[in-house]
Write a new protein. Structure first.
Length: 175
């Protein structure tokens, strides 16, 4: 059950990131904070009305969120942020060639960290940690090529270990 919950959370986070980026690039959904409006032409981001690949920082309002990211030669490369409407971070990470890369952090609305972990080529990799709203660790474990691997530990709200499981290639190992 925990495996499915974590898998659902990761899929949800990836889907949210994808939807936010897609919606931010869609001129019918996007309200601009600045005057740069980007469209995809032959897979590259360009200013509206131009076929020249854009380089710079895109910042747009998406529903009640603000999305900001760097673009180099028409491709998202560099800082990526989704901010709550009051400007506090919701998601912070790096993109390399339009893919999540390196450390990504997800925040609750109270600015406390909700989860953090690494991506390699848009796939979860290495140690990931999830936190309760009060900042205590809820769960931690490692990924190899997007699959759970090694020991995964779940903690109760008091900080005591409530469950330990071992995974290999995303499969739960029997004791």
């Amino acid at each position: 059950m925990k495996k499915n919950l974590i898998k659902t959370i990761l899929i949800g986070i990836s889907a949210l990131t994808f939807l936010c980026i897609s919606a931010a690039l869609s001129s019918c959904v996007k309200k601009q904070i600045n005057k740069v409006e980007l469209v995809k032409i032959k897979g590259l981001l360009c200013k509206y009305g131009s076929t020249t690949p854009f380089t710079g920082r895109e910042k747009a309002r998406l529903s009640n969120r603000i999305i900001e990211y760097d673009v180099v030669n028409g491709v998202r490369n560099g800082d990526f942020k989704i901010l709550y409407s009051e400007g506090k971070p919701q998601i912070v990470g790096q993109m390399v060639n339009d893919k999540n890369e390196g450390l990504w952090k997800y925040y609750y609305e109270n600015s406390r960290i909700e989860s953090e972990g690494n991506f390699k080529n848009d796939i979860p990799e290495d140690m990931w940690i999830w936190y309760y709203l009060d900042g205590k660790v809820r769960e931690k474990g490692s990924y190899i090529s997007g699959k759970r691997d090694g020991k995964w530990i779940t903690y109760d709200k008091s900080g005591k270990i409530s469950d330990e499981k071992k995974f290999k290639d995303g499969e739960l190992m029997t004791k």
